[in-house]
Design a binder for this molecule. Structure first.
Ligand code: GLC
Length: 795
């Protein structure tokens, strides 16, 4: 049954209600370019409660025309047309171009309780986003299911995985739109898969409740989507450093040993993980008495060495009387139950376990209180795993019940939001105890809005080249759904990476928003030094490069926090209408921040296909320029990942420290200028660890470049920059002098290196491998005055 013929309509505030023969259609004007549709049969009634949405409709002006066959709603940026007989919906942009239209026959229809909206497929329509979904960048011809799933060693075309974000962006010839289906039941998105008539989104049950974004660019839609569902908060800076995980480091000397090795080998790192073996019999909120007899002492010692520790927190609470967490949860009635009131138990690491009902505020608070025991010993980082929720055998019974903020819901509705609510509980608990310091939370499962609470990683990937490249696409796709802080297990979780694969993967990981190496129990050692000296050198090179890029990277995270622009940007964001960026293998490529083009390539070939989008691109290591809108074949050995910088941009860097947590960089900010175009970069700085920025204790500064002039705009904000000197490097130029605020100044020359030569144990390979050409890079040092500074030069 589909939505029937028009009967009547009325307006209340921002809402237009249309009654049809058999359904009620509500359009809520959320913003000038955002409309929400709520459609249900007359025999259904739904509340307005959403875990995903954090913003309310804005009071924007709209006009309504009531015609004989159509009802037309117009804002300054969008038009919605409801045909009346039957009621079907079409949405147009500000230029009156069609964005999407219901299939004339099926529109929104029901099959039992299953509800579907069918949209006519348009010529050359592409579909991007949907978060953690395998496959190519353009999802046309595929269909996907949203149902949070624990999938160990998943194949690279598996679906569904751990995280569900039912939001996608449609790309037409010269325009874009977004659709967010806010329904947490198991849902299916079909993008003209097995048919050429329509795309659709469908849920097993619940309301047809979706938002259409009519913004004029992908970036603009992401901004609106993250306005609606929230943005990634500024993470603590230390969490942007290198993170070393292992299933599992234990007993405690193993952890110390890893920490010491990083320092001895001068490989920067900020985080070590404790996986499930730190606990006593895998009981959450306990420590194994022999393996970790003195957690507080250990954490203090590690902090002294510049390491923070992140511990795993799984939701399953061992069913064991006398164990505090279990006893309390049972007594307070906070575990998930069967409809007959008995406790639901599933098997996970600790054996039979109960599951806190994270959709119950009381349970979230209780969990948060238990975390005090962890923050008290010095922890600031937490890793939520198995929160799909996972249980051996996978299929949790659908009838189990959740509190769902007082509304009540079965597993069918609650599953997809469970992990997100666990992350919420964890981050809120941590914040409460950390006295103004920012915590770090990592999660495996989530739903739309998860970006507000945690970073996400792509679960149990496999040590293969295709997994490495698929992981890049997963991260880029998550970035297209508001999840900025995301990463994969570098080296692969299951299986064992070859040295070459690890080398490639860690170079790539240095350009991933979340940068962590992790591997499975009972597999080979997988620390950066475990694959021989050559790989160790490559690892050190790229981890260092990441640390040196921290002023740039941190600014990109700030950008995410204010506009939802992801840190790893699929090329579909900036080059939306360039068909090439959707072609494999180019659809793996992305911009890391606005200015760095990363070309992910496999670990076994020496020659790689690449695509340079519009503009000019400067090779990071050699300063060689490649023209844009061109395909190319690049030669690159394992020692150097193809990375390019956009001409007409700046890269802001510092010297390499070994721990962001402990060490301050020098007071010199390296300003790498890449002329050859126009652009600007929003630099941001604050203390990197507290919320003082919310009270204005931050600094923003625009670096803009135009022709042969760099302008460092006046610094805004109350934070006093750590940097006292700007060392301005002029790439692609041999200017022997330049003008600083009109005053002539001579440049100096430096043999600059982004990466160091790597040791060579290959007797056939002479001379030693050097991924860069050393060159004379011109630079000047100038005082980092907060006033506007202009720097100009001749060719
Ligand atoms: C799951 C996680 C993995 C972790 C393991 C043991 O498989 O995805 O990262 O190491 O559980 O806790």
């Amino acid at each position: 049954m589909a939505t029937g013929a028009y009967q009547a309509h009325r307006i209340s505030g921002q809402e237009i209600h249309i009654e049809t023969d058999n359904a009620s259609v509500k359009a809520i004007i959320y913003d000038r370019d955002l409309v929400r549709f709520r459609i249900h049969r007359n025999d259904q009634d739904f509340s307005g409660f959403s875990y995903a949405v954090v913003s309310e409709a804005l009071p924007v002006h709209f006009d309504l025309e009531d015609g004989a066959s159509e009802l037309i709603v117009k804002t300054s940026h969008m038009k919605v047309v409801f045909s009346k007989f039957p009621v079907r919906i079409s949405v147009f942009n500000a230029k009156d171009e069609l964005l999407n239209a219901d299939d004339p026959a099926f529109g929104t229809s029901w099959l039992g309780n299953e509800v579907t909206t069918y949209k006519t497929i348009q010529e050359n329509e592409r579909f991007i986003g949907l978060g953690e979904k395998t496959g190519g960048l353009d999802r046309r011809g595929q269909s996907y299911v949203n149902w949070n799933t624990d999938y160990f060693g998943y194949p690279v075309d598996a679906d569904p995985l751990y995280l569900s974000t039912p939001f996608y962006i449609g790309v037409l010839e010269n325009r874009v739109y977004g659709i967010f289906f806010d329904n947490s039941h198991k849902s299916t998105f079909n993008f003209a898969c097995s048919n050429e008539r329509f795309s659709y989104f469908q849920a097993e049950d619940g309301e047809m409740n979706y938002y259409v974004f009519a913004g004029d660019s992908v970036a603009n839609i992401l901004d609106r989507y993250t306005w609606l569902t929230g943005r990634t908060e500024l993470p603590p800076k230390w969490s942007l450093g290198f993170q070393q995980c292992r299933y599992s480091y234990y007993p405690f000397p193993e952890v110390l040993n890893a920490a010491r090795t990083f320092r001895e080998k001068h490989i920067p790192a900020d985080v070590l993980y404790l996986d499930i073996h730190y606990m006593d019999a895998y009981k959450v909120f306990t420590w194994h008495p022999e393996r970790f007899p003195d957690p507080k002492g250990l954490l203090a010692q590690l902090k002294e060495m510049g390491f923070n520790v992140v511990v795993i927190l799984d939701p399953g609470v061992k069913r064991e009387q006398g164990y505090q967490a279990y006893d309390q949860g049972k007594e307070k009635n906070l575990f998930v139950k069967y409809p007959d009131g008995t406790e639901y138990n599933g098997q996970v690491w600790p054996g039979w376990s109960a599951f806190p009902d994270f959709t119950n505020e009381e349970a979230r608070k209780w969990w948060g209180e238990l975390m005090k025991g962890l923050t008290d010993v010095g922890l600031e980082g937490f890793w939520n795993d198995m929160n799909e929720p996972a249980a051996w055998g996978q299929h949790l019974p659908d009838l189990i019940e959740f509190e769902y903020e007082g509304e009540g819901a079965t597993h069918k509705k609650a599953r997809n939001v469970y992990g997100m609510q666990m992350a919420k509980s964890t981050v809120e608990g941590a914040k409460k105890h950390l006295n103004g310091r920012r915590p770090f939370v990592l999660t495996r499962a989530g739903f739309c809005g998860i970006q507000r609470y945690a970073a996400v990683w792509t679960g149990d990937n496999v040590s293969t080249d295709e997994h490495m490249l698929a992981g890049v696409r997963l991260i880029n796709s998550m970035g297209l759904t508001g999840v900025s802080f995301a990463g994969y297990d570098v080296g692969g979780f299951a299986g064992e990476a070859s040295p070459d694969l690890f080398a490639r993967w860690i170079s790539l990981g240095a350009f991933s928003p979340f940068f962590r190496s992790h591997s499975m129990v009972n597999s080979r050692d997988s620390e950066p030094w475990s694959f021989g000296e050559e790989v160790e050198d490559i690892s050190r090179n790229y981890i260092r490069l990441r640390y040196r890029l921290m002023p740039y990277i941190y600014s990109c995270f700030h950008q995410s926090a204010v506009s939802g622009m992801p840190v790893a940007r699929s090329l579909a964001i900036d080059y939306t209408y360039d068909a090439k960026v959707y072609e494999g293998p180019y659809d793996n490529q992305y911009l890391f921040g606005p200015n760095i083009l990363v070309i992910p390539v496999d670990s076994f070939s020496r020659f790689h296909k690449a695509y340079f989008p519009q503009g000019k691109w400067v090779n990071l290591y050699t300063d060689e320029v490649s023209e844009g809108t061109r395909e190319a074949v690049l030669e690159s050995g394992k020692e150097s990942l193809p990375v390019y910088v956009k001409a007409g941009s700046v890269l802001l860097m510092q010297n390499a420290v070994e721990s962001l947590l402990k060490e301050k960089s020098s007071n010199t900010l390296e300003v790498h200028v890449y002329p050859g175009g126009a652009g600007s970069f929003d630099y941001y700085e604050d203390d990197g660890e507290t919320y003082a920025y919310r009270n204005g204790n931050s600094l923003s500064r625009v670096f803009s470049i135009h022709g042969n002039e760099l302008k460092i705009h006046r610094a805004e904000g109350q934070f006093t920059s750590h940097f006292k000197t700007f060392r301005v490097y002029l790439h692609c130029s041999d200017a022997s002098s330049l003008r600083v605020n009109g005053q002539e100044q001579n440049t100096k020359a430096e043999n600059y290196r982004f990466t160091e030569p790597i040791s060579d144990f290959d007797p056939y390979h002479v001379p030693p491998k050097d991924p860069i050409q050393i060159r004379d890079l011109r630079y000047v040092d100038i005082p980092a005055s907060p006033n506007e500074i202009s720097i100009s030069w001749n060719e």
